[in-house]
Design a binder for this molecule. Structure first.
Ligand code: AOF
Ligand code: ZN
Length: 379
């Protein structure tokens, strides 16, 4: 009985936590429910980066004394003081909460088990690990970023049943249907940045903002383009629309030196950020790029590029998750998303773990995690 109630209220914490999507990064998504004798006394969630955490919000929303109540929270309450908000454990203890139930320990090295210890030392019963895997997936970007200081990388691709992302002429509009594309717009709310290469930029002239009926909450993700800046046309939307200050170009110093005065003026006028990176064997050094992006507080990236970008991320093992949208169409000759002439033996195949299959309006979606060791897990 107790376990079922714990699961129910932790699930509610996950629901509440997601109300912070698009507003709390680089902080985690956290929800909180306070209950006593089967009655929910109050709820809250972490609403905005720099604002109060989920637990003080839930405590502030209560209209009765919380003495003897149980506090549910999907993340371990924080205990550190070298930060923007006061430690949640103090508020919990002051409000005479009797029991605390959490899903995940906070991998933030300033917390990582100390929050639980302080609560237990104060005589509060603490249960950890309810729906732990669900909690880990909800905050997978935060967990990876706080542990490695590198953004979580999620590649999405739409392919035909015969494994192609475009016809032989490069036509790709559309392989997936509206429902699948809407899912990607939902993800753009969740991710700090969306990344493409120069080919996609010139072929699609995309906006990479959040549309298709999704409430963007005014957010436009950082829009990252990899490629030679001197070969980029600055009339593209990413460089000229009202969010051009959210556009980041990753290029080589050599290419920047070849840029024309008019290109440089556009960069300055439209407040476009430039990041310099080296190329090895024709591919950007992604490890270095991810580190540079982390300094801009980009904790998560949705890769929406084509063959050359996807191939680089796979070959350099710089991705955490790939979502393959498999669409019920066959087009014969066409463009694949991955090419590797050196991979000749099955034993060298790129493999994945923790695959999950979903059906989105007749599109089969396989979500698969990189097999390099699951970086998004906190243990
Ligand atoms: C909680 N509840 O709702 C959240 C927590 O800079 P601050 O004060 O916002 O602290 C950020 C850190 O607090 C963040 O890195 C993570 O470890 C924790 N987030 N903790 O008890 C919450 N959002
Ligand atoms: Zn806190």
């Amino acid at each position: 009985m107790e376990i079922n109630l714990d699961t129910k209220y932790i699930n509610r914490c996950f629901e509440l936590a997601q109300k912070g999507l698009g507003s709390v990064s680089p902080n985690p998504l956290v929800g909180c429910v306070i209950e006593r004798d089967g009655i929910v006394l109050s709820e809250g969630f972490h609403e905005i980066y720099g604002g109060p955490h989920a637990e003080p919000n839930a405590i502030a929303n209560a209209t009765v004394s919380l003495e003897g109540a149980t506090l549910y929270c999907n993340l371990e309450p924080c205990c550190h003081t070298n930060k923007q908000t006061p430690p949640c454990v103090k508020t919990i203890i002051e409000n005479k909460i009797k029991r605390v139930v959490i899903s995940n320990l906070d991998p933030n090295p300033n917390v990582s088990g100390n929050g639980v210890k302080i609560l237990r030392d104060a005589g509060i019963e603490v249960d950890v690990g309810i729906l732990e895997e669900v909690g880990k997936e909800l905050n997978e970007a935060f967990f990876k970023f706080i542990q490695t200081n590198k953004p979580f990388v999620h590649i999405k691709l739409a392919q035909t049943l015969d494994g192609k992302i475009a016809t032989s002429t490069g036509d790709s509009k559309w392989i997936s249907n509206d429902s699948a594309r809407k899912k990607v717009h939902e993800w753009r709310l969740k991710y700090d940045a969306v990344l493409i290469g120069r080919n996609t930029l010139s072929k699609d002239d995309p906006t990479l903002n959040i549309r298709m009926g999704i409430n963007s909450k005014g957010k436009v993700p950082f829009r990252i383009v990899l490629g030679s800046i001197d070969k980029m046309n600055f009339s593209y939307k990413l460089f000229s629309d009202e969010w051009s200050h959210r556009t980041i170009v990753v290029t080589t110093l050599d290419s920047y030196r070849l840029a024309t005065n008019s290109q440089l003026e556009q960069i300055e006028k439209n407040k476009i950020t430039i990041i310099f990176a080296d190329k090895q064997n024709g591919s950007f050094n992604l490890d270095d790029i991810l580190l540079q992006l982390s300094k801009l507080k980009i904790t998560s990236i949705l890769v929406e590029g084509g063959k050359s970008v996807i191939t680089s991320f796979i070959n350099q093992k710089q991705y955490d998750k790939i979502s393959f949208f498999i669409c019920p169409k066959i087009i014969g000759n066409g463009i694949s998303y991955y090419e590797n002439d050196d991979l000749t033996l099955m034993k060298d195949a790129i493999t994945f773990s923790e695959t999950r299959v979903e059906n989105i309006d007749n599109q089969v979606v396989i979500h698969a995690y990189s097999n390099k060791g699951n970086v998004c897990l906190q243990d």
